[in-house]
Design a protein around this ligand. Sequence first.
Ligand SMILES: [Ca+2]
Ligand SMILES: [Ca+2]
Ligand SMILES: [Ca+2]
Ligand SMILES: [Zn+2]
Length: 356
Amino acid sequence: MNRLPAVRTVVACCSLAVVAGVAWGPGSPAAAKPSAGSTTGSARVFMVNPVQSSGNQDLVDLKDAARAVPDDAYAPVGLRNLDGSGYLRGSWARVESATGTPAFSRTNTFRYDRSQDQFEQVMAYFWVNQAQEYLQSLGFGSTYRGIVKQSFPVKVDQYGGDNSYQTDKPYRIRLGKGGVDDAEDAEVILHEYGHAIHASQVEGFGASPEAGSIGEAFGDYFAVTAGLAAADQYHWPVATDLACVGDWDAVSYTDTAPHCLRTLTTGLTTADQTGEVHHDGQIWSQALWEIRLGYGALGKSPQDWDTTLIGSQFGYAADTSFVDAARKTWVAAGERDGDAAAALVRARFADRGITF
Ligand SMILES: [Ca+2]
Ligand SMILES: [Ca+2]
Ligand SMILES: [Ca+2]
Ligand SMILES: [Zn+2]
């Protein structure tokens, strides 16, 4: 397997706890104090996904059985930015479930296994919050304009089908079941959040086949880069090809290992375009990935590139072409990261047949 070297970076993340309820100043009536109310909690989640963290390509769904995934695939994590209600609701995510009882804990303690519906609810809360914190760590919402900076409805199991998608009015992610439950793979959640990022940046983004392909591409890229940033932040193992998207969700769809829904290293170029946005997105996503690697050689971090890339997306037209969006990204790289970065961006897009 073509394993790429791990990129080690430190993500300084955010402390954006929101104080629930009223301030308890002198004279506040003691009776008003809620029994819950903490904005932090504890939970356990998959470390992006259990295949990526373990390297075990033989894991299979076993019809959602708890025993299909060993206990050490779960990691204890803190939950942040909760609203104090005892539900999985907070500043950046509001989890709703169609099939399972909503997870609730007066002590904000959410420990489940994958056979329980509430586990996917926890994954949805943790990873949407994580994605927004990642954007904020890059400066979106402080140095730069905020992106999806609002409580975000995440519906788990909404349609009972195996089809996760995002709709932009209002912002919402729906995560399906079927095969491996979609919300058991953080790369699926983060991919969907990538669509929300575009929708937040450019109203109606995706109004041409190439813009739609960029949307799919960025979702895949964001899933990988935000997942790797989390692995660094929490010191989680990464044991599969870094460019593999959806290592765990894909075990239900692919017979051969490594299992990936898609990869960032297909070698596709514009000569291979079919008009199907997930397929064609792999042209764009490979450029994003290779620029990320190239930034390291320039002494810059993946976070430098992610900031430049995401910032440049504010300037994409809703119905952009590959060429126009690549040119905007090239300009942004030159302005923020210098001439060598701009040359890198242009070269990696050119490798994919996107020239300007
Ligand atoms: Ca499950
Ligand atoms: Ca699935
Ligand atoms: Ca992966
Ligand atoms: Zn998508």
